[in-house]
Ligand binder design. Structure first.
Ligand code: NDP
Ligand SMILES: O=C1OC[C@@H](O)[C@H](O)[C@H]1O
Length: 410
């Protein structure tokens, strides 16, 4: 019963969040593009944040921007992206543009002294990531905050998941992110190579991130990458599905299944799993010549948007066997489940609300960073964003596909 009440409360508050009065010094965010994702990623989360105001929007077509502003209660409409960036009343820019435009507009925003919340994947390739995230501008005192908007990293559920892993002893990790095909037409930005589209760039970037975080380090090499292309005449430089594998420094393998055309009726949830190497455990009850070994598997169900529901499964496969010839004498499995809708449930920190969506947790930390506060400690560092693009590039190289093109803006 408590679980049902919790679920209903979370869903209600998520959709109808309390809207506290905005504080003096609230961060005024401007949106670049009247994008599909901004309402979920920043407009709605900002409502419950007392220190965030969605103050302005700009679109390529001003009429579109006006309609968007009216719909979402945004007070200022700018005639162009550049006008919005140049507005002195704006403190921070949310970039929900196609991937191929992230580099240019992030750099322009930083040059105008604005903080930047930059949609994932941060840029088109590792060269752009290197140039953006190691830019001189970011090394200055009081440099603006630049954050790649990798929202799952900010949730307590994800940190609970990581806390159950033993990274050096992971043998195999797997991450799956299926996007229902019904959501995307072939005119979608995800199917445009020139805009840095592709399954590996889009849903694959989450899978790659999960593997990097699960192993706690960078992959050594991509050992397999098999793309499926969309049907002709659609852009044949864009992968519709990418299955890929990387080898990590401990010898473990990380694999991904990134799919932009998942059949709706076979809908799967975002999912990840880490299978650990076999481990001998202390067992006083055993007679001489026998050993007790355990293989631990940690499954994360719904790790991308855990607010509505999620579950971390801890499965242990136990075996009693002879040491000499490994003859199996007995096997059994145990399963335990854990959840963490708040940090308090996970590590006792009294931060946030159980109904916060991953974007709201992320917005909290973006503001904390701008204000110089400690926060939860969850963050995506600049070096992290660079390594992330290196891993994506390595997948395209292994698949014999072109790395997404760099933008010419300097
Ligand atoms: N964090 C998350 O959960 C999600 C993140 N994303 C990321 O957000 C970004 C935007 O995705 P999404 O909102 O789904 O995309 P949309 O197509 O809905 O929005 C993209 C915006 O980019 C602008 N734009 C500028 N130039 C172009 C161009 N040449 N072609 C097409 N659009 C252009 C358009 O703005 P204008 O209004 O000016 O015309 C449009 O509103 C991507 O980087 C994507 O990976 C997407 C979905 C979920
Ligand atoms: O969260 C997401 O799921 C669907 C994707 O297409 C999108 O770009 C991504 O951010």
């Amino acid at each position: 019963m408590a679980a049902i009440i919790g679920f209903v409360n979370r869903v209600w508050n998520l959709n109808y969040p309390p809207e506290p009065t905005k504080k003096d010094g609230a961060i005024r965010i401007g949106l670049l593009g009247a994008s599909g994702i901004a309402p979920s990623a920043v407009i709605q989360p900002a409502k419950s944040h007392p220190e965030v105001i969605i103050a302005a929007v700009a679109a390529r077509d001003v009429k579109k921007a006006e309609a968007y502003a009216k719909k979402h209660g945004i007070p200022i409409v700018h005639k162009s992206y550049q006008d919005l960036i140049d507005d002195p009343a704006i403190d921070a820019i949310y970039i929900g543009l196609p991937n191929g435009l992230h580099y240019e507009w992030a750099l322009k925003s930083l040059k105008a002294g604005k903080h930047v919340l930059l949609e994932k994947p941060s840029v088109s390739n590792a060269a752009e990531a290197n140039s953006l995230f190691r830019h001189e501008l970011l090394k200055q005192p009081n440099a603006p905050v630049l954050l790649e908007a990798f929202h799952p990293l900010f949730t307590p559920a994800w940190h609970l998941y990581l806390s159950l892993l033993d990274p050096p002893n992971i043998a195999w990790a797997h991450a799956v992110l299926p996007v229902p095909s019904i959501l995307l037409g072939y005119d979608d930005i995800r199917y445009a190579y020139n805009l840095a589209g592709g399954a590996l760039m889009d849903c694959g970037t989450y899978c790659a991130l999960f593997l990097r975080k699960m192993f706690g380090t960078e992959p050594v090499e991509c050992i397999e990458a098999t793309p499926t292309l969309p049907p002709e005449p659609w852009d044949q430089k864009c992968d519709q599905v990418m299955l890929a594998k990387w080898r990590f420094p401990n010898g473990g393998i990380g694999s991904i299944d990134a799919n932009l055309s998942n059949p709706v009726l076979k809908s799967k949830l975002p999912w990840c799993q880490a299978i650990h190497k076999e481990k001998v455990v202390q067992d006083e009850s055993l007679s001489e010549g026998k050993e007790h070994v355990v293989i631990r598997t940690i499954v994360g169900n719904m790790v991308i948007q855990p607010v509505v529901w999620h579950r971390v499964d801890i499965k242990e496969q136990h075996t009693i066997r002879t040491i000499a010839d490994k003859k199996v004498l007995k096997t059994w499995t145990t399963t335990d489940y854990k959840k963490a809708y708040t940090w308090e449930e996970f590590d006792g920190k009294k931060l946030g609300e159980d109904w916060w969506i991953s974007y709201r947790w992320m917005l909290e930390e973006f503001v904390n960073k701008i204000k110089g506060r400690q926060g939860s400690g969850a963050w995506m560092s600049h070096e992290d964003s660079i390594h992330q693009m290196e891993m994506i590039d390595s997948g395209y190289v292994k698949a014999s596909m072109a790395i997404r093109p760099s933008h010419t803006f300097q």
